[in-house]
Write a protein of this length. Sequence first.
Length: 319
Amino acid sequence: MSEVTEQPGTYAAPLPKSHVEPRPPSRAIEPGFVRSRTAWRESYFYQGFRRFLRNRGAVLAAIFLLALILVAVFAPVVAPYDPIKIDPTDTRQRPNWRHLAGTDPFGRDILSRIIYGTRISLRLGLISVAVALGVGGIVGLYAGYVGGRLDLFVGVLVNIMLAFPGLLLALSVVAILGPGLNNVMLAVGISSIPDFLRVVRSSVMSVKEEAYVEAARCIGCTNRRIIFRHVAPNVLAPAIVLASLWVGTAILIGASLNFLGLGAQRPMPEWGLMVSEGRDALATDWWLSTFPGLAIAVTVLAMNIVGDGLRDVLDPRFN
């Protein structure tokens, strides 16, 4: 029997049974990953989110507003009846199992009209605040940073506008533009501009003296780049807090203008207009104005509670 010879370098000794292949290091114990997780937990937003969660009232109000947004988005699915369709056989029905909030003199379901009115009220509040934040924020950034005659002119204009109550100023703008829901949104936004402009301007005047802004000037950055790259991100917190508080105020002012007949027109299901339609029959048909009024009150209250919670989180004076 011939003996097989192994070529040098081709034979590999077998591994013992007790040998275990080394496992690659887990990602959870990599130093960089640990540092990133630690940095995230120590970040401003994470700590602020945890502080917000500790405010149970703000969390409940935020959940209610989220549910309200879902109701507005899926109103055709949630609403049990057509909000505009007239039913002469069901006029002035008290709240019952078929109509939980009753019906109006035209037989329209009040609950369905309130659900559809959520769309209009939320859109009015958000668009009005977006107009005020956009215009007031940009003008406040430039006026606070540039200063000089521009700041003086803007300051005088803001003081003149703040001399009028918000509702009266919005009423004046609607009188100029004419009645209509879009004009009400624009009027409420214009009446809110001075508050946003003043907050942003005062924040910019304190931020523009910081060392990082001086460094940006020294390396030759333009004013526009400094304003939007270095100053604006550091004045967002008070503007966001004010915006969250003003959404509820905008809804209330818009409902007041619609109550006066200057905004939404019949048969549009708008909360303020529904309160106006039922005010003459409040003694007998109390549900016509009561339920839309409750919708306005609860929504504005939830907006204010969430705004207070965000203020406690984002405003350094409350931390």
